[in-house]
Design a protein around this ligand. Sequence first.
Ligand code: BDR
Ligand code: CA
Length: 321
Amino acid sequence: MRPKIILDCDPGHDDAIALLLAHGNPGVDLVAVTTVVGNSSLPNVTRNALAIATVAGITGVPFAAGCDRPLLGHGETAPGIHGESGLDGPALPPASFDLDGRHAVDLIIDTVLAADPGTVTLVPVGGLTNIALAARKEPRIVERVREVVLMGGAYGPGNLTPTAEFNIAIDPEAAQIVFAQDWPVTMVGLDVTHRALADRAVQERIAALGTAPARFVLDMLEFYGGAYRDTQDFPSPPVHDACAVAYVIDRAVLQVQRAPIDVELTGTLTRGMTVVDLRPFVLADEEALTSCTTSVATGIDAPRLWDLLVDALERIGDSRP
Ligand code: BDR
Ligand code: CA
């Protein structure tokens, strides 16, 4: 059976591409979209999510707004990468439908409980505030969820700080809750997302589609690529969040290794770091690893990712009237 996906996101250019991939690929069933503060304020990322839905012709999927701040503190946004709107670059069309009346946390809980056990995959691609609160508010979702495939973290260098990746660093307590639950969690971190850059060849394939959603993606990549070039010296932009969705669609997109993962909360230099235990003797202990619920992505087949994205955009076609 096709996995049902709840995409919890903070659009965000790469979130938008993840949403287009989840909508356009026939191998997964997008059952809900929830938003969380992150790349920009909650009102901004929620408006952006609805604009992407309009561009892609998404209908019949509930969208709900979630937390406007992390569990602790005030959080951080990313205008340097995603612009003041959270999705600078393309013109954003108005929403074509209303938000679901529920808080995102309740939409997540209701959706998981209403579905058959083991059928819903959570794909968080922003800070983990909504997901942590859902697990705390209704712990029964933990055993009913099929798996959690999240974009966030790194076992190598971070991006917000030397050791911490943005999605984990903006709400480390929430991330620690999510990694500690007894559900399978796969961490798709910078270690792999930085190895799939939407270069000129990828952009030419998207341009060749000639559709409005394809042009929207190109407009996003122009702004986002410029930001990555100016701030981090990247030749082309990574599409982080799409890598997590792609893995749910096709296991062959990522190489994944089971490994213990925890989140640093107290380090003066390392708060928000994902501590992945990749010591060889730990990885060699197969018996101990069978009870380990966390896995980490260590490799990526980038051409496979781009084929999935181009295929999804082709299927979406020119969906707007
Ligand atoms: C993550 O941070 C956000 O800016 C992106 O949308 C992605 O989810 C990458 O560190
Ligand atoms: Ca994101």
